[in-house]
Design a protein around this ligand. Structure first.
Ligand code: SAM
Length: 203
């Protein structure tokens, strides 16, 4: 689908190399590591949705998750593929749109989304919610880390700073909110790094 959202991301990755993107990091997100250590994320077939340069993906694979990376843009996938090869990790990486996930109904146990959903404009959020609800098994988990509304919103639009109500609006009634909390984005300035951390369960 060649809409504004798709074009935005394709353009974004043309501006500089994936390694120079502000979200690229060498270490997995602390909140992901903590959730894995606490056994909060089921160890089954997993999608890292909007996987970018692949750091969380590689961490999940090393922890024994059968993980697939999905991103709408080809550049970060190429970069992630090189990193996986260097690390000796054989991880499927697929260029696909979160709104049209190319997986069977009720086939996925876990979807991790770090900073993908918050790039969706309000009118296309329901498409994302329907797509992840379709592919998750009943009882499957959607683990999200997305910008918090208590931060300045960039004038040009996304990434969107989200209120909890905005999650409720699109994810109810297909999901139960099993935990809602806050965390911080690794190295953004203090006034811009607050994040929601959510665990939703497919009904
Ligand atoms: C802020 S980056 C975060 C990347 C990675 N999750 C991380 O934490 O480093 C958001 C990523 O989501 C991807 N993305 C945005 N919209 C998408 C969509 N509709 N389907 C799949 N991926 C998408 C972007 O290309 C980008 O790589």
């Amino acid at each position: 689908m060649r809409d504004e959202h798709t074009q935005h991301w394709q353009q974004r990755y043309r501006e500089s190399s994936p390694a120079q993107m502000p979200w690229h990091r060498e270490e997995p997100a602390e909140t992901l590591v903590e959730a894995v250590k606490r056994g909060l994320l089921p160890k089954g077939l997993t999608i890292d949705l909007g996987c970018g340069t692949g750091t969380d993906l590689m961490y999940l694979a090393r922890q024994g998750y059968r993980v697939i990376g999905v991103d709408i843009a080809i550049e970060p996938l190429r970069f992630a593929r090189q990193r996986c090869a260097q690390a000796g990790l054989d991880i499927p990486l697929i260029q696909a749109d979160a709104r049209f996930l190319p997986f069977r109904d009720a086939s996925i146990d876990l979807i991790c989304d770090s900073g993908c959903f918050h790039s969706f404009a309000p009118e296309i959020r329901p498409m994302y919610a329907r797509s992840v609800a379709r592919v998750l098994k009943p009882g499957g988990i959607l683990f999200m880390r997305e910008f918090h509304h208590d931060q300045p919103q960039p004038p040009e639009g996304g990434p969107y700073r989200l209120k909890l109500e905005e999650f409720f609006e699109v994810f109810l009634p297909d999901f139960r909110f099993i935990s809602v909390g806050e965390t911080f984005y690794h190295d953004l300035p203090p006034d811009r790094r607050r994040l929601h951390i959510l665990r939703l369960q497919r009904r």
